[in-house]
Design a protein around this ligand. Structure first.
Ligand code: MG
Length: 266
């Protein structure tokens, strides 16, 4: 099999690097080894309720010291989208405080009045209620754009699943009779484009590693990147054939990632 010579890794977090509050075996060693060989790392999360700095701190606390500049989430991708594609828009947000703060810090006008909204931003919101649903519906029926951070149906937690952003996006979409116009989290390639700008590399030089076929592996495909599926999270080897696309590599865990680098020397 011909292998591209990868110069950077775009790594999913939960299920790939860590599982909840535990770093997966070999994650730290692999990160250090490949980093020392000059391989760049960007960590990606669909979670829009936290800042990149929170994610970096969380992973660093588990023992893998990464910086805020190495982390992207769907909130950053959405904020970038507003700034570059719809600058000056007034945005009505169904989402949590950190997303609202991120938008305002980036100079985006966040408003409460649905009649004045140019864009409805829908995201994970643990204070979601009927009044928020009603205002989002009114804005969308009035012609506002419908942008979602991500559409993950459920949120894995230590002891099971919680409703994810996708559940809220679906409620709003049902009320307004429309699907989102844009979704910024995986599998949409927006975070990949931000990562490429940070790395200064073409898509062909990057490898996406993740545990989910329908987000991580499809994300790689949408971004024109190779992918490696790890079996430490959502996917099993047996379930691979249920998908109309396949990862370029299947690894037991992130501990095996080094085997895909410098393979031409073997
Ligand atoms: Mg994952």
């Amino acid at each position: 099999m011909s292998r591209r010579q990868y110069r950077a890794i775009l790594a999913d977090l939960d299920g790939t690097v860590n599982r909840g509050r535990t770093l997966l075996p070999g994650a730290r060693e692999t990160y250090l080894e490949l980093s020392s060989r000059g391989i760049g790392w960007i960590f990606l999360s669909n979670n829009a309720t936290v800042l990149a700095s929170d994610l970096a701190e969380g992973i660093s606390r588990l023992g893998l010291a990464i910086s805020e500049r190495q982390v992207l989430n769907s909130a950053l991708a959405l904020i970038h989208g507003v700034r570059t594609e719809r600058a000056g828009s007034k945005v009505l947000v169904v989402g949590e405080t950190k997303l609202v703060n991120g938008l305002t810090a980036a100079g985006v006008r966040v408003i409460e009045d649905p009649q004045r909204a140019d864009i409805v931003v829908a995201a994970m919101d643990r204070q979601f209620n009927y009044d928020k649903l009603k205002r989002a519906q009114a804005a969308l029926l009035g012609g506002a754009l419908f942008w979602a951070t991500n559409t993950d149906a459920a949120l894995p937690v230590e002891d099971g699943l919680l409703p994810g952003a996708g559940s809220i996006v679906a409620a709003i979409g049902t009320a307004a009779g429309r699907a989102p116009d844009r979704v910024f989290g995986k599998p949409s390639p927006d975070m990949a484009y931000l990562a490429l700008a940070l790395l200064g590399l073409p898509a062909e030089s990057c490898l996406v590693v993740g545990d989910r076929m329908e987000t991580d592996i499809l994300f790689a495909r949408n971004a024109g990147m190779d992918s490696a599926l790890v079996l430490t999270g959502a996917a099993s080897r047996g379930a691979l054939k249920e998908f109309p696309y396949a990862p370029d590599h299947v690894l037991e865990s992130i501990a095996d990632l080094s085997s895909l680098f410098y393979s031409e020397r073997r």
